[in-house]
Design a protein around this ligand. Structure first.
Ligand code: X2X
Length: 335
């Protein structure tokens, strides 16, 4: 799908002057920054770096992008501010954390909504994703069509296996900075604490919190297994990373360069998804050897606990019937 100038009329109110004439833009070279919050070894960064190299080659060096992984440019809220201002031009961000600016993007994180990846991609590459991308554009950012995978999230702790919802009572658990995360674990009777991802390892190591929740690929690449003892396979939420662009910066690129970049980043996302799936299917053996004690759980008991706490009713009210119905068209009835 080509990215036409009209598409940017939504998100980029005023394109820089040279972009309008087009003549200067064809000759200009562009040095852009891309930020992520994950270690360089995570498939998100591996595939983005591949795309960056491809873009440089395909544009004969006209678009050079430097990757800043691992939150080196700040916390997620810091980097969201930076991509909004144009201080950086690209940033990958969880839809739940993005929901502080674009509330609807938390819809994909509703607890136990997606049962498998067929449902995830039917939603995110379908109507739910389209509605979210339009909402993101209306708030002054551009999201590439294909969302990257973070994965189904699991709970790790330093002091207990989570086998039933009761095991979550009074659990001091770290959650990312987003209302839905806090809401879910509060409804489980836990004590959620918002901590930016770049501080999670130290917060666990110093026992500021005793638990966190993330997909296995992150538990591995961020070495969280070094400071945790138990890993309970709850699959309590799916999460992804939107590849966000500052509209003015992206719109300032010549159209052919823009199309090469968007195509490369979308292909990177489609390659990264099976990378994460493979990791999440194979990492349990590696992490068990590293000392994590694994257990499985019954999702029905956890969903019932959320339902009884009023979680689904509350969030249906926040998202509205249209969005909720769009989600349930993929997941089936949730509440
Ligand atoms: O902060 C987290 O836990 C992470 C890395 O999974 C997100 O970006 C949501």
């Amino acid at each position: 799908m080509s990215t036409t100038r009209r598409q940017f009329s939504i998100a980029a109110a005023a394109l820089p002057l040279f972009a309008i004439t087009g003549r200067n833009a064809e000759a200009a070279t562009f040095s852009y920054k891309c930020a992520t919050n994950l270690p360089m070894t995570h498939p998100l960064n591996v595939r983005i770096q591949e795309a960056i190299d491809h873009i440089s080659a395909q544009t004969n060096g006209q678009l050079q992008i430097k990757l800043f992984p691992n939150s080196v440019l700040g916390t997620d809220p810091d980097m969201l501010s930076q991509v909004r201002s144009g201080a950086i031009q690209f940033f990958t961000l969880s839809g739940l954390i993005l929901s502080t600016l674009v509330p609807i993007t938390a819809l994909s994180g509703v607890g136990f909504a997606f049962k498998d990846y067929d449902q995830v991609w039917a939603a995110m590459d379908g109507k739910v994703g389209m509605v979210m991308r339009k909402a993101i554009a209306s708030r002054g950012l551009y999201a590439m069509p294909r969302i990257f995978d973070n994965g189904f999230r699991q709970i790790t702790t330093s002091d207990r296996a989570i086998k039933t919802p009761d095991d979550l009572h009074n659990l001091k658990i770290r959650v990312p900075p987003a209302a839905l995360w806090t809401s879910m674990f509060t409804d489980f009777g836990s004590t959620p604490t918002t901590i930016s991802f770049n501080e999670v390892y130290s917060a666990l190591q110093t026992h500021v919190v005793s638990a966190q929740e993330n997909p296995l690929a992150i538990i591995d690449t961020a070495k969280l297994y070094e400071v945790q003892k138990f890993c309970s396979l709850t699959n309590h939420m799916w999460d992804g990373f939107w590849f966000l662009a500052n509209p003015a910066a992206f719109g300032a690129l010549p159209e052919n360069v823009r199309n090469i970049a968007q195509s490369a980043f979308d292909k990177a996302a489609l390659k990264q998804r099976p990378d994460v799936l493979a990791l999440n299917q194979t990492l349990q053996t590696k992490l068990t050897k590293a000392g994590l004690a694994f257990n499985t759980t019954d999702p029905v008991a956890f969903r019932d606990a959320l339902r009884h706490a009023g979680f689904y009713k509350e969030w249906r009210g926040k998202f509205g019937d249209e969005a909720w119905t769009a989600l349930e068209s993929v997941t089936g009835k949730l509440a």
